[in-house]
Design a protein around this ligand. Structure first.
Ligand code: NDP
Length: 337
């Protein structure tokens, strides 16, 4: 092996990583490479959006056919040119769906502090990573929940939804979630502390269902699904209500997105709809960790993961999100350290 190349030896093979040519002292440390062993991968609905070109979204980076897809995950550093990382460090951030990765943009990796490894490492692929931050930012930065307010969450038994509901309960809100199976509805009511929950697939009329749980209307809607549910919620919002536009998973696989017909209710009720992406809030992650870690350690937040073993299980796990197969956060184990 030449000095400028890095080699990883597993039980079955030796893999050679060609490092970027310029490793001199003058090179920008942000461009220095890190080799990692991937441990946990996060399955996220947004990854579907990287599988096609979306009109008007040229800033979206698409996946390249024939190359591993990327996403959030937890990994162990095997070797590093970068001064911020050393072999043995545990990190979370953007990595590739493969066993070992050469990360040439380690600015997208965050070191996991040893003091914060008393919780399961897979949590950094979910509640302690992007999923948790999304729930936190969407609820607190955009919805401003107050005690006694009425909160509705769609895809409530999923990764983001389960946390939004619990955060809202911590604020003393009345919280209702929708989900696609009886098992998920039971989970929301009996384990996650939601006041009410319903199976939207069993409802003929979503407007009627919402009026059943919110006779006085909805103050806050955390929208994970868009489409028909958003349309029905608009009819039920209270004056000065807030909607966090987190995601629209019901639309991601449609050639032609469904129209939303009740938008005028934003005006009638002076409702604020705010779309957001968590990418703009990475700077809040340390503050978020200070908030969430004590809650986890004290058992004040319940976190449900849906874990599958093996990289070969990853594609089915990812596409299962769009059929509602996951209960809680969908994670793929590539290796247990
Ligand atoms: P989940 O863990 O909630 O998994 C997706 C869930 O969506 C499924 O389990 C299923 O639950 C539900 N679902 C799937 N298809 C449909 C459909 N056609 N109609 C209604 N519900 C459907 O995923 P996440 O918590 O990771 O993501 C939730 C939302 O948040 C997504 O829209 C995602 O894009 C968005 N998001 C946005 C971010 C941002 O920065 N704005 C960051 C992270 C996520 P069920 O069985 O209940 O139908």
């Amino acid at each position: 092996p030449k000095d400028s190349d890095l080699y990883v030896t597993s039980t079955t093979a030796t893999i050679k990583f060609k490092l970027p040519a310029d490793t001199s002292a003058t090179s920008n440390s942000k461009e220095l490479a890190v080799i990692v062993k991937n441990l946990y991968l996060s399955c996220d609905p947004y990854q579907r959006l990287f599988m096609e070109k979306i009109p008007g979204l040229s800033h979206f980076k698409s996946y390249t056919p024939g190359s591993p897809i990327f996403g959030y995950g937890v990994a162990k550093v095997l070797d590093s040119q970068h001064p911020d990382f050393k072999a043995g460090d545990l990190v979370w951030g953007t990595t590739n769906w493969e066993q070992f990765s050469l990360i040439t943009t380690p600015k997208n990796l965050i070191k996991i502090e040893l003091s914060d490894t008393d919780v399961p490492l897979s949590y950094y692929a979910g509640i302690l990573g992007i999923t948790g931050l999304t729930s936190y930012v969407g609820l607190y930065e955009y919805c401003f929940p107050k005690e006694g307010e009425r909160v509705f969450i769609s895809a409530a038994a999923g990764a983001v939804g389960q946390l939004v509901g619990q955060f809202a309960k911590l604020m003393g809100c009345y919280v209702v979630g929708s989900a696609g199976t009886k098992e998920k509805v039971d989970l929301l009511k009996n384990k996650l502390g939601f006041d009410e929950a319903f199976n939207y697939k069993e409802e003929n009329d979503l407007d009627v269902a919402l009026k059943r749980y919110f006779p006085e209307g909805i103050d806050i809607y955390f929208d994970n699904v868009g489409g028909k549910m958003l349309d029905a919620v608009l009819l039920n919002m209270r004056v000065h209500g807030r909607i966090a536009g987190c995601g629209m998973i019901s639309q991601y696989n449609l050639d032609q997105p469904e129209g939303v017909t009740n938008l005028m209710h934003l005006i009638y009720k002076r409702v604020r709809y705010h779309g957001f992406t968590v990418r703009e809030y990475y700077h809040l992650h340390p503050k978020f960790l200070d908030f969430i870690l004590p809650h986890i350690r004290q058992g004040k937040i319940v976190y449900v993961q849906d874990i599958v073993e093996g990289l070969e299980s990853a594609p089915a796990a990812l596409f299962g999100l769009f059929k509602g197969h996951n209960i809680g956060k969908q994670v793929v184990v590539v290796d247990h350290e």
